[in-house]
Write a protein that binds this ligand. Structure first.
Ligand SMILES: O=P(O)(O)OC[C@H]1O[C@](O)(CO)[C@@H](O)[C@@H]1O
Length: 236
């Protein structure tokens, strides 16, 4: 793992953008993308730049179950707002939160990932070290699945909703088996509330109790964090 520590999320956004730029220069065509507050500054820098994704494909990590794409809480809506409306891709895939048959939907999404091997995957991390919505205890081998969100994730995501009861209890998530097949991975984490998860990911044992710890086994990972998120690392 290559660990880059920046002063704050703003500065890290520039670094995140550079990783995308270099990937494009190296011929990357398929980008795995993430939502949440973490990737926002990277997307801002990409939007300001002259990077062109019109010949590229994007595949998002996750989507809430039961939420329509035009709902402003959907991850589809988030992606349109922060990136796709300003930097369109040739084709952008997200799980369909309203799919009638969840099993068929997970199969469809697995095929999307198999047909479009991911060159660069962007990840955030949950306070409990989840990646995508792969919560602690999820098998490292799993592909796309419907995940039951933990209370800690529901509580963390409640800041985006009016009431905590409004946070969906389930989400489609790309599995760790699929994430690990990405050629290169960049994981971003900002703020003191991510410091425990970051320490477990980088310095802890590789265990399904801390899903992000599996990244220690991936050959090409950049971890981009700010000083607050790095504060519990023993080596800096
Ligand atoms: O960036 P945030 O808002 O802290 O969220 C962290 C993580 O949570 C998820 O959105 C799922 O809860 C991940 O996809 C994301 O990387």
């Amino acid at each position: 793992m290559k660990v880059i520590i920046k002063k704050n999320q703003q500065e890290a956004g520039v670094e995140g953008y550079k990783v995308f730029k270099e990937a494009i220069q190296n011929g990357a065509k398929v980008f795995g993308l993430a939502t949440g507050s973490t990737p926002v500054t990277t997307y801002e820098e990409i939007v300001k730049s002259d990077l062109d994704f019109s010949d590229c494909t994007s595949i998002n990590l996750d989507e809430y179950v039961g939420i329509s794409p035009d709902n402003d809480q959907s991850y589809k809506y988030f992606m349109n707002e922060h990136l796709f409306s300003k930097k369109p891709f040739k084709k952008s895939y997200l799980p369909d939160g309203l799919a009638e048959d969840p099993e068929e939907e997970t199969k469809r999404y697995n095929k999307v990932i198999d047909d479009n091997p991911i060159d660069l995957q962007l990840l955030g991390i949950g306070r409990n070290a989840h990646i995508g919505f792969n919560e602690p205890g999820t098998s490292f081998d799993l592909e796309t699945h419907v995940a039951d969100l933990t209370d800690s994730t529901i509580e963390a995501n409640a800041r985006f909703f009016e009431h905590v009861e409004d946070v969906p209890k389930q989400a489609y998530s790309m599995g760790i088996g699929s994430i690990m097949k990405s050629k290169k991975i960049i994981l971003e984490a900002f703020g003191a509330e991510k410091a425990d998860a970051v320490a477990k990911m980088i310095e802890g044992p590789v265990t399904e109790d801390a899903p992000a710890s599996i990244l220690q086994k991936h050959p090409d990972v950049v971890v981009l964090i700010d000083e607050a998120a790095a504060s519990k690392l023993s080596k800096k």
